[in-house]
Write a protein that binds this ligand. Structure first.
Ligand code: GDP
Length: 356
């Protein structure tokens, strides 16, 4: 599953946001995994096309794509120093595909800020420095081990070289995502600063409705994506019925909830897209990487679909809606038979043909 880890200073609203995420999961009846773990929060990727498809096919249920949030790690200045404590703390985050950094933008005198004042820029620097230090520690340990293994001819010297190169980048204060080191050989280390980053600004209503202020904050983190939300409002939204939720959102100048935005941005940051399937049982979105070809995409449904792939019948969502049915789409030449080299497009409605 595709996962995002949450980091941030204490008292910035991580738990509040995570609670909203985990409550959300309980309500998401279509959550496709059998065992729901308490420390995983799931958001559905909002996709109105699924409602349309479910209407066309009289589908019994809708199964949207999801993004999972795995864990939260509170990080304070110096966290990476204490006997690898920081490292242990970050174990789950290391396995995540991306990191969402929650940054406090709300000012509430009752909620103590660990560093004494609300200053998003300085907070982000603190966190990013700690992540760089944590990666350096990981690399230093790994390098000691790699050196022994290379001497004993148990390890390719390229792995050691890659680790040394990465360490040099970090020593210069640069996160790995901003450098051009080949990290493939040391992927197992799960280096934090090599992961895509999303910045989640937890702000109050005043900032939510202030486009200029939001732009200012977004500029601080560009080219990384920024999401603006009010964690307290998010946790309230979860308990409201859809109409009241829409009303509350509109009263704070938002069109969609922060959790929805987070899912969308997370998906994008991870380089993902969906294709769609529809039938009387379900209208469903399947998660793939951008650029995947038809057989690989088929493999997401079932490995047999990939192994026995023959071809895919593809109708674009727009064409399907315009013609009104698969039958009509075929009659109008809008259904394409695509082979194994076809690169999947966002919004393809697909039926795979395969050998068993
Ligand atoms: P964490 O330490 O980062 O997990 O922070 P928490 O989620 O525990 O939040 C710390 C305190 O800030 C709690 O008392 C929250 O109720 C409060 N808080 C969280 N988000 C907001 C917010 O958007 N606005 C305000 N005013 N308070 C918030």
């Amino acid at each position: 599953a595709l996962t995002i880890g949450i980091v941030g200073l204490p008292n910035v609203g991580k738990s509040t946001l995570f609670n909203a995420l985990t409550k959300n999961q309980v309500l998401s009846a279509n959550y496709p995994f059998a065992t729901i773990e308490p420390n995983i929060g799931v958001v559905n990727l909002p996709d109105e096309r699924l409602d349309t498809l479910a209407g066309l096919f009289s589908s019994e249920r809708i199964v949207p794509a999801t993004v999972s949030f795995v864990d939260i790690a509170g990080i304070v200045r110096g966290a990476s120093e204490g006997e690898g404590l920081g490292n242990k703390f970050l174990a789950n985050i290391r396995e995540a595909d991306a990191i969402a950094q929650v940054v406090r933008g709300f000012s509430d005198g009752d909620v103590v800020h660990v560093e004494g004042r609300v200053d998003p820029k300085s907070d982000m620097e603190t966190i990013n420095t700690e992540l760089i230090l944590a990666d350096m520690e990981t690399l230093e340990r790994a390098i000691t081990r790699y050196e022994k293994e290379v001497r004993g001819k148990k390890l390719d010297a390229a792995v050691l070289a890659s680790a040394q190169e990465a360490l040099a980048v970090l020593q210069a204060g640069t996160p790995l995502s901003a450098a051009s080191v080949d990290l493939e050989p040391i992927k197992e280390l799960g280096l934090l600063t090599s992961k895509p980053f999303i910045y989640v600004f937890n702000v109050d209503e005043e900032i939510l409705t202030d486009a200029a202020k939001k732009q200012q904050l977004a500029d601080l983190v560009a080219p990384a994506e920024a999401v603006f939300l009010d964690a307290k409002i998010e946790s309230e939204l979860i308990d409201l019925d859809p109409e009241d939720a829409t009303e509350l959102l509109q009263s704070t100048g938002q069109e969609e909830s922060g959790l929805d935005q987070l899912a969308r941005v997370g998906f994008d940051t991870l380089g993902l897209q969906t294709y769609l399937t529809a039938g009387p049982k379900e209208a469903r979105a399947w998660t793939i990487h951008k650029g995947w070809k038809a057989p690989q995409a088929a493999g997401v449904i079932h490995t047999d679909f990939e192994k026995g792939f023959i071809k895919a019948e593809v109708i674009s969502f727009e064409d399907l809606v315009e013609t009104g049915s698969v039958h009509e789409a075929r009659a109008h030449g809008k259904a394409r038979m695509e082979g194994k080299d076809y690169v999947m497009q966002d919004g393809d409605v697909v039926e795979f043909r395969f050998n068993v």
